[in-house]
Each structure stands twice: as C-alpha cells, then as structure tokens.
Design a protein around this ligand. Structure first.
Ligand code: MRU
Length: 391
C-alpha cells in the first residue's frame, strides 16, 4: 500500500507526526490554523509542498466547520470574520517557515480565489468559504498528479543520459534529504523519480544521505524505502565524495537527484543544507546533478539565490539527537528497545550554527524536472524558467 502521510476528508485533516518517525507512527489532528502553524514550525510536517498543502487545508478545515456550525471557533483576531479572517490566517501561516516558496505561492493563489468569490453577485460567506475549500482540496489532488509526472519525466531524462550497461542495464542514484510522500501530498519529487526508475526496473540501488542535523534521510527517506521495498543504502553526508570516487563505475552511479525549497528565476536553488556540496561533487565526478521541483517551487520574482531567505534553526538540533536505545543480541546484531530519548552529542550544547538550507548555483545544475517537462540550460549556459509557465 502507498504510504499516506496526510489524511484529509472534508472538515478533517490528520498528518503523520514526522518528529516521531521512524520510531512511532502517530497521526495528529490539525483542527486549527494555530495547529498547522505549530506543526510546520516544529517540523512535525516538513518538505516544501507538504508545508503548503497542510497550511491551505488547515484553513479549509476551519471553513468547513464554519459552514456547518456558523462560527470559526478560533480567535486569531477577535473582531475579524469572513474573507478577512481567511486572508489573515493565510498571512499568519506564511510566517511559520521562510525558505520554501510553495506556501507563498499557495497563499497568493488562494487569496485570488477568495477575491474572485467575494465579487460574485450575491456571494455569501458560505459561498466564499466553499470556493476556498474547493481550491485548497484541488491543490492536494494536483500535487500528487504533478509528482507522478515529475517522476516519469525525470526517469525518462536520466535513462536517456545514462550508460545502461548490458546485460543488467540498471543504474544507481544518490539522493539527499526527504522528498517523498512525507514531503508532499504523495509520491514525491526527487523520490518520485527514484520510485519511477524502480517501478520500471531500471534502479540498481539508491544511496541516500543521512541529512544532518535533522536526519530527514536516515529517519524519513529510509522509512519510505523500507515501506516501498526499494533497494537502498544509507550513507552519512560526508561519504558522497568517497562513494563517487570508489564505486561510481561498479555501481553505475548516474546522477544525484535532489528536491528544492525555492528555485530563483536564474535557476539558483535553495534546498536542504548539504545540497551545494553534493552539486560540487557531482560536477567534479561528472555525474548529472538534477533538481526535481513542481512549478509551485519556482519563484520568478526572486532574481537569484542571493534573494532567498535562509532559515536558521536552533543550535540544539545540531548538538542533540533523538533515538531509541538499542540492545545487542547474542549474534552481535542490534535490536531497538525502550522509548525515544534525546541525547547530547556535542561538548558545547549551544555553540552551533544551524542553517536549514543552502543555495546551489544554477551553473552546477544539469536540469530542473517539473510536472510539465524537463528544463535544461540553454547553449549560453543559462536557464529560461519562464517558458515552463507558458505550457
Ligand atoms: O527542512 P525541510 O525538511 O522542510 O527541508 C526539505 C527539503 O529541503 C526538501 O528537499 C524540499 O522541501 C523538497 S520536498 C519535495
């Protein structure tokens, strides 16, 4: 069964708490806008598309309740009602995390829906709410469809640029962070491409980085690969150079595939911290470096990476770690037992710098895979991303 990290039906939204994975599978109810803000800020839900969809649907949940009971029940702003309250809630949600642009894009689109519904002759609050709910629900549906298309286009492109050595004819890839069902409405972006390669029997193995400090790789991507039985090997972030140096040929490593939190107009890409280093390694070892992102991640209003705000998170995410104790069995293997604990892993628990993202220069990126197709750099070495919005 496909991993479902978000459960939505009209008036009800539940999300899989990613802070507790892979140790516990617990769904939490998102009943209010404040619940959604807290879940995004604390990273119970994370990943650029997932953040946007949970935010959009949290308002839809409040509006469904409102249309049933006639009241919003959450006093973010005591005197506000109707469309003003919707806009206020969306703007509040925008403050939860700054780097991923998908949330900003969703807010802009939903504000337009509200404005259009408001000016319709005879429109009531009920009608405006209904228009909003339908638009937010459509975002959930579209995201899964977009990811499946990204998966297909990306896999086609990679296979065209790979050395499919007979008789096996399979490739290995490297990925970073978590870009799968947990980071989107379902299927995933970079991980969607991995899924598509696997489904078509072209994937020998995917190497995935631990992704310090929050460990999206070892905790979340590993969880998805186990769930989907995809052949996968965990490496620490610092092993990518050695992997490419020592095993590129024997493993037929074709590319590094990553997601994105914001792609600027020139193609500079903000993604999980560590991405920039991987792009340099890909360039040095002549493997393709691929960014997979829906158009909702492309921000034409930001000219280059210099304009992308980079979130800095608390030092304690670097200096501590959460996990379950292990016990050694007689045969030497390990078994987890006991409850999740937080442990210190640094001498100085406060003196760490923790930028959550870095920016990779467009010159290091071979292509950007969107739901509408693959964008390659032109002969002059530049990306022209506006074209993809014309199709
Ligand atoms: O801090 P996170 O876990 O929200 O960062 C996530 C990433 O950097 C992902 O690569 C990106 O959002 C794309 S998810 C499809």
């Amino acid at each position: 069964m496909v991993l479902q990290a978000m459960k939505y039906s009209r008036g009800k939204l539940e999300i899989l708490d990613q802070l507790r994975l892979p140790h516990e599978e617990v769904f939490i109810d998102i009943r209010t806008v404040q619940d959604a803000w807290d879940a995004i800020h604390s990273m119970q839900v994370r990943g650029a598309p997932a953040i946007a969809i949970v935010a959009a649907l949290s308002v839809a949940v409040c509006l469904s309740r409102c249309n049933r009971n006639g009241a919003w029940h959450e006093r973010l702003e005591p005197d506000m009602t109707g469309s003003c309250l919707i806009i206020h809630s969306l703007r509040f949600l925008l403050t939860s995390r700054p780097t991923a642009v998908n949330l900003g894009d969703a807010v802009k689109k939903l504000e337009k829906v509200v404005d259009a519904a408001k000016v319709k002759a005879g429109a009531t609050d009920f009608d405006i709410n209904e228009a909003y709910i339908q638009a937010a629900e459509q975002m959930l549906i579209d995201d899964v469809q977009d990811n499946e298309n990204i998966g297909r286009f990306g896999a086609d492109w990679i296979l065209r640029h790979s050395n499919l050595i007979p008789p096996v004819g399979k490739i290995s890839v490297i990925t970073h962070c978590n870009t799968g069902s947990l980071a989107t409405a379902g299927y995933g972006t970079a991980l969607g491409i991995v899924r598509s390669l696997h489904a078509r029997n072209f994937l020998k193995r995917v190497y995935y980085t631990e992704t310090r400090p929050y460990n999206q790789g070892s905790r979340l991507t590993g969880y998805e690969f186990l769930y989907d039985k995809i052949p996968a090997t965990l490496i620490t972030d610092s092993m990518v150079g050695a992997l490419l140096g020592l095993k590129r040929e024997s493993e037929n490593i074709s590319c590094i595939i990553v997601g994105a939190d914001r792609v600027a107009a020139n193609g500079d890409t903000a993604n999980k911290i560590g991405t920039y280093g991987l792009a340099n390694l890909a360039s040095f070892h002549s493997v393709k470096f691929i960014v997979a992102a829906p158009r909702t991640t492309i921000d034409l209003s930001t000219a280059s990476g210099a304009g992308i705000p980079i979130e800095e998170r608390p030092p304690t995410e670097v200096t501590t770690m959460k996990g379950r104790p292990v016990k050694k069995l007689e045969d030497g293997s390990l078994e987890v037992e006991g409850d999740v604990q937080e442990i210190a892993i640094a001498a100085d628990l406060t003196g760490a710098w923790n930028p959550a993202f870095d920016v990779t220069c467009y010159k290091l990126i071979d292509c950007i895979v969107t739901e509408k197709g693959v964008i390659e750099r032109r002969e002059n070495g530049e990306f022209h991303l506006d074209d993809i919005f014309q199709t």
